[in-house]
Design a protein. Sequence first.
Length: 450
Amino acid sequence: MARRLFGTDGVRGVAGEFLSAELTLALARAATARAAATTPQPRVLVIRDTRESGEMLEAAVAAGVAAAGGSALIGGVLPTPAAPLLIRRYGFDLGVVLSASHNPYEDNGVKFFGADGDKLSDAVESEIEALLDGQAAAGGRDRVIGGVSQLHGTLDDYLRELQTRFSALDLSGRRIVLDCAHGATYKAAPEIFRRLGAHVDVLSDAPDGRNINAGCGSTHLDELIAAMRAGDHDAGFAFDGDGDRVLAVDGDGAVVDGDELIALAALHLRAQGALRGNGVAVTVMTNYGFHAAMADAGIEVATTSVGDRYVLEALRERDWALGGEQSGHIVELGYAPSGDGIASALLTLEALGAGSLAERQGMEKLPQRLVNVRLPDRAALERAAGDAEMHAAIEREHAALDGRGRVLVRPSGTEPLLRVMVEAPDPAEADAVCARLVERAEAAASQPAG
């Protein structure tokens, strides 16, 4: 069954408009009712990021959980990766995270985690939509009203998990810059780095509900780049609004994306005999240079669709432990079943040992250009993605780069964006190919509907 509300990472949209309190309540009620069919009075963890709409939607989720007979446990502001860790620690039956990740503050989102700590599958999300539409029943049981309570100490629980994983990592003498995007990592990230001995300078750690991701964090690196160039730091890390991804900047101001961070982690874990299955899973967006580096090291690579859930599926299928995305989602299954920006930053420092990020030797990147073509709405996106001339242009450009690079054009699953990515040996060639494809996409999107 096709999903109409859920995208690649939950249900996301403008808070108070598409993502209304009513819809959020209904989603929480349906998800809890589904869980209650097999687990009476399910316990549901609820956490959020720092958006001003978070409290409203948190109240809506709590009401939906209680209306379905569940117990809503409010964990407050925490990074998204805290959810699976807390679910496993306390045996919760369901987790709800309210966040729109790297999106602007006006947006918010609802994503669900199951009792195993994993994000719900596409099939289960379809079942929740069916419950919303009255196409299925929650199961025959007496009507029960649940409750709502605060769950205290969640930040300390999350920090304890990080400290246990990186107990052997001594950051004494290390100088680190952290950009917390005015988001969910603003307390947790500086605290764990300091506990491990680092000297920490922090950017964007004063959320006011509207400044999340605003000119800061992993989608806006200028401030972090300037800080790294101006100071004497070993590494800088920028998180997104909900803390499940990270990008890095070295002392020269060069951006280090998820591909390079995964390469560093893979080579480090293999050297330690800790790269389970001697393989790593990445997505179709991953740079060709990553594949070349892994081939040289004798490490197998599996390629998936974009989305950390698909990386996770590939890891589970192969019994591997490491994977991720160019955007900075990095999964280390030995620690948690989801991307964790803070843990990934610490893993990077673990991999570097006594060296600085500028001294990294993970991979050599092929020049890559990625343009996000923002379109007016989903209908325009569908016109651009389905345009026959667009497909023909993609085939022509791909053929011209055969053996030297590649072209990838894909629609976003969460926003009206068409992502155009080109890799070529020469940056000017990559720019030119990108420009031609972007022009064709915009022309296709502007065509009259029908």
